[in-house]
Design a protein around this ligand. Structure first.
Ligand code: NAG
Ligand code: NAG
Ligand code: NAG
Ligand code: NAG
Length: 376
C-alpha cells in the first residue's frame, strides 16, 4: 500500500471528534493532504463506523504498554501527525486521571518517537476543554472551593491553583518540544455523533427526549434557572477537526493553545425548544419550583431505552453506554456563563465557525443514519 507524505495517527478514532477528523483528513481538499489515516481505538470497529475512513484500524488499548509495543511498530516510521483525543479521566481522583492519561501518551510516544530511530512525528494536537478555566467543577469537594475565571475565557488566563489533568498534559507535551511541535485545542461541549464517546451531551439529551416521548412524560429541563437563561457555547466536532488540521499545518501555531468553539452562543431555553421541535414533543417552560432528581430518574429508565432500541432495530446499546446524565447534570447546574473567546484563533488565521443549532440538527441526523437513535 502506498503511504502518503502526511500520515495521521488518531488516538480515539471512534469518538465524536475521531470520526470528524478521519472524515476531514480523507477529503481531497484536506490541508497538508493527501493523508494516510491510521485510527486507534480500544475496542473493535463499531457497526456505525465506515471502514473506508481509515487506511488501517488498530484495536489497541494504549494504556497497556505491552499491547502498544506490539501493535504500533508497523506504522511507527510513517506517522507525521498525532491527533490525541483519548483521555482516561473517569476516576474521581485527578491524580489517577493524570497518571493514566500520561502513561497512555508516553506509551505511544515511546514507540513512535523514542524507540523509532527515524521518527517522522512533526506535530501533536491535544484536545482538552474549558475545565482549563473552570477548575475542578466535577469534584464534589474541590468544586466548592474553586473560583473560576470570569468569562469570556482567554487562552492566556493563568492556571487555577488546583490539580488539573489539562495542565499536566500540556506540561508533558512541552517536555517533548525539542522532538515535535504541539498545539492544544480547548473545546466546549462537543457536538458530534458517536456511541463510543465517554461524554456525548447531545446524545444524552436526545436519549432523555426519546424516553420522555416514549413514556408521554414531560420533557422537563433538569438544570437551574441561571443556565436556562444565560449564554452558553458549544464546539462542533467538524470545526474542531478543521482547527486541528489547520494547526498541524502552520508554523505560527506551534506550541500554542487555542479555544475552539462555534463562535456563536445559545441559551438552553432555545436549545430545549429546538429539541422539542426535532423530536415532536411538547415544550414545557422551566419551572423552578418543580424539583426532581433527574440523574436518579434516568437510572431507572434502562428498560425503556431497551424497548426503544428493540422497536426501532437500533444498534444494541445500553442507556449507560449512550448517555452521561451525571456529567450533564453538573453542567446544567453551573452558575457561570460558559463562553469562550475565539479571537486568538482568528488572529492566528483560523476563521472557521459553525451555527450551533444547525450543528445540533446535523448531528441528530447523523446519529439517525448511524442507527443509534430512531429515524422517526
Ligand atoms: C508486559 O510484558 C512483560 C514482559 O514480557 C511482562 O513481564 C508483563 O507482565 C507484561 N505486562 C502486562 C500488563 O501484560
Ligand atoms: C481507564 O483506566 C482504567 C484502569 O486501567 C480502566 O479500567 C478503564 O476502562 C479506562 N477507561 C477508559 C475510558 O479508557
Ligand atoms: C528528543 O530529541 C532529542 C534530541 O534529538 C533526543 O535526544 C531525545 O532522546 C528525544 N526524546 C525522546 C523522548 O525521544
Ligand atoms: C478561551 O476563551 C476564554 C474565554 O473567552 C478566554 O479567556 C481565553 O483567553 C481563550 N483562550 C484561548 C487560548 O484563546
Amino acid at each position: 500500500m502506498e503511504t502518503h507524505a502526511s500520515v495521521a495517527l488518531i488516538i480515539g478514532v471512534t469518538g465524536m471528534l475521531g470520526l470528524s477528523l478521519a472524515e476531514a483528513l480523507k477529503k481531497s481538499t484536506a490541508l497538508g493532504g493527501p493523508w494516510t489515516v491510521y485510527g486507534v481505538a480500544r475496542r473493535s470497529m463499531p457497526p456505525w463506523f465506515s471502514p473506508y475512513l481509515v487506511d488501517r484500524y488498530i484495536e489497541c488499548d494504549v494504556l497497556d504498554s505491552n499491547a502498544t509495543q506490539q501493535q504500533l511498530p508497523p506504522i511507527s516510521k510513517e506517522v507525521t501527525h498525532i491527533f490525541w483525543l483519548s483521555l482516561n479521566a473517569s476516576s474521581t481522583s485527578e491524580e489517577e486521571n493524570i497518571a493514566r492519561t500520561s502513561a497512555m501518551i508516553k506509551n505511544v510516544l515511546d514507540v513512535l518517537v523514542s524507540r523509532a530511530q527515524t521518527s517522522k512525528v512533526r506535530h501533536f494536537t491535544l484536545t482538552t476543554g474549558t475545565k482549563q478555566y473552570l477548575g475542578p467543577i466535577f469534584d464534589p469537594v474541590l468544586s466548592k472551593q474553586v473560583i473560576p475565571h470570569e468569562p469570556p475565557f482567554h487562552e492566556d488566563m493563568q492556571r487555577l491553583p488546583f490539580i488539573n489533568i489539562y495542565y499536566a498534559l500540556e506540561d508533558l507535551l512541552a517536555s517533548y518540544s525539542s522532538n515535535f511541535s504541539s498545539s492544544i485545542h480547548r473545546s466546549s461541549i462537543i457536538l458530534g455523533a458517536s456511541a463510543r464517546s465517554g461524554h456525548n451531551a447531545l446524545l444524552t439529551l436526545v436519549a432523555y427526549a426519546l424516553i420522555s416521548r416514549y413514556e408521554g412524560s414531560p420533557f422537563r429541563f433538569p438544570g437551574n434557572k441561571f443556565i436556562w437563561e444565560s449564554f452558553f457555547d458549544a464546539s462542533d466536532a467538524d470545526l474542531l477537526a478543521e482547527q486541528q488540521i489547520w494547526a498541524g499545518n502552520s508554523d505560527k501555531t506551534k506550541n500554542q493553545a487555542f479555544n475552539c468553539t462555534n463562535g456563536d452562543v445559545f441559551t438552553w431555553k432555545k436549545l430545549w425548544k429546538l429539541l422539542c421541535e426535532i423530536f415532536g414533543i411538547e415544550f414545557v417552560p422551566f419551572d423552578e419550583t418543580d424539583k426532581f432528581n433527574w440523574v436518579e430518574e434516568m437510572k431507572g429508565k434502562g428498560r425503556v431505552w431497551d424497548s426503544i432500541v428493540e422497536e426501532n432495530s437500533l444498534v444494541k446499546l445500553k442507556l449507560e453506554e449512550v448517555a452521561c446524565f451525571e456529567i450533564c447534570n453538573v453542567v446544567l447546574h453551573m452558575q457561570i456563563q460558559h463562553v469562550c473567546s475565539m479571537t486568538k484563533s482568528r488572529e492566528f488565521g483560523f476563521y472557521g465557525f459553525a451555527d450551533t443549532f444547525k450543528s445540533v440538527r446535523k448531528w441528530v441526523e447523523r446519529s439517525k443514519e448511524m442507527n443509534i437513535i430512531p429515524k422517526h
